[in-house]
Design a protein around this ligand. Structure first.
Ligand code: GAL
Length: 391
């Protein structure tokens, strides 16, 4: 029996009928439970602070609907699971994020999750809650700690129901790359219908990293379904689109055209039958590394990792779950979105694993996990740290 057969709860194609109706969660019956859980969380936070001296550094990320639980310590440290604040003290709203390093500045692009979380009837079978599409945010920073908000750089469309960016559509996991030949910034993102049946890649373009971006179009690369994606730019400036395809059963690696605006046509199928999504790719000492997730919608699962020594197209060798310690089996309650290479003071390259802690009942309160990747021989590993400094 295939190892993945138990993962089939995820099927974004499961429903045959497309319903525009919404089903709101009934919050009232769960109100008392929520208050009780919040009280317990608050108590745990206090106790955890009190006993920090004698506890190991591994704790469970606390999810709370209160944005007062920020532990930014004037933004000197990264605290995974807490509310990350921007330079205006507002929660950073950039989920499924992608990062660009350009002109000594880091840019963070992500899904803006605001408004009511609801479950469309078409998604009931697999729990695909959503908020209406608002757009893609952009933040910038020179130290990875202080993030300035540059605005909604690809806003949703409100007056054309057929548009890919109409508020009832899906625009997820934006990744931005700079093209040296054209001097343009190109954004790739997962474009879909509310029921995730269209499964396409979208492209937007800008003259500046801070946007705004102009939306061009969406398509199915190589006529294949395309959902969760990432872009990797190699040392020779060739770029590659990694996307969950074949109804998520396989990942495809597709080379981008020289202007990064389309796919060239050559691609390989990797991790066939392994049902992976949330792909991230990075390169270390000439080897390509992959970290992704299994397919359980917003619910976290054990991350997957892999290495390819010869070529970005493969062969890829799976290396198992890179997360270690308590809550490794849910990747610390998170799902990968990007691996950011950083050259710090030590001048040796470090890699930050960046992931989303999705709050499927209240998507606007989803949080972030940022942890350093270490290596056990060829294996990337990720350990939980309550706080750490990127400098
Ligand atoms: C996840 C995917 C997210 C989002 C979500 C919707 O599996 O990684 O990007 O599409 O499903 O439920």
């Amino acid at each position: 029996m295939n190892e993945n057969s138990h993962l089939l709860p995820f099927s974004k194609n499961a429903c045959d009928v497309y319903h525009r109706q919404r089903r709101y969660y009934s919050y009232l019956p769960s109100c008392r439970i929520t208050i009780t859980i919040l009280c317990i969380c608050f108590f745990l936070v206090l106790t955890n602070k009190h006993f920090q001296g004698i506890q190991s550094t591994t704790t469970i990320p606390i999810i709370s609907s209160s944005s007062t639980l920020d532990y930014n310590n004037e933004n000197k440290y990264i605290h995974s699971g807490s509310v990350f604040l921007d330079t205006q003290n507002k929660p950073i709203n950039a989920h499924g994020g992608g990062f660009l390093f350009y002109n000594n500045t880091y840019y963070w692009y992500g899904e803006i999750k605001v408004g009511e979380t609801y479950l469309p009837i078409s998604n009931e079978e697999w729990g695909g809650t959503r908020v209406d599409l608002t757009g893609i945010s952009c933040y910038s920073s020179t130290d990875l700690l202080h993030w300035r908000y540059n605005g909604n750089v690809l806003p949703a469309v409100t007056n054309d129901t057929e548009h890919d960016l109409y508020i009832d559509k899906v625009a997820e996991r934006p990744k931005v790359v700079y093209n040296e030949q054209t001097n343009k910034f190109v954004m790739w993102l997962h474009i879909d219908s509310m029921d995730y049946k269209r499964a396409r890649s979208g492209v937007a373009i800008s003259d500046r990293p801070e946007g705004p971006f102009t939306y061009r179009h969406s398509f199915r690369p190589n006529n294949q379904m395309a959902r969760d994606l990432t872009i990797f730019v190699d040392d020779d400036t060739r770029a590659y689109l990694f996307y969950s395809s074949e109804d998520n059963a396989a990942i495809h690696v597709s080379e981008l055209s020289d202007d990064y605006l389309s796919t060239k046509g050559n691609y390989s199928r990797i991790f066939v039958g392994r049902y992976m999504e949330a792909p991230t790719v990075f390169k270390k000492d000439g080897a390509y590394y992959f970290i992704g997730s299994g397919c359980t919608a917003w619910k976290p699962n054990a991350a997957r990792s892999a290495v390819s020594y010869k070529s970005i197209f493969g062969p890829w060798k799976e290396l198992g779950n890179p997360a270690r310690g308590l809550d490794a089996n849910t990747t610390f309650h998170s799902q990968s979105t990007y691996v950011l290479p950083v050259v710090g003071d030590s001048s040796s390259e470090r890699f930050i694993f960046i992931a989303d802690i999705w709050n499927e009942m209240n998507l606007s309160d989803s949080r972030y996990v940022w942890l350093l990747i270490s290596f056990e021989e060829e294996r990337p590993t990720i350990h939980w740290h309550d706080e750490w400094s990127p400098s």
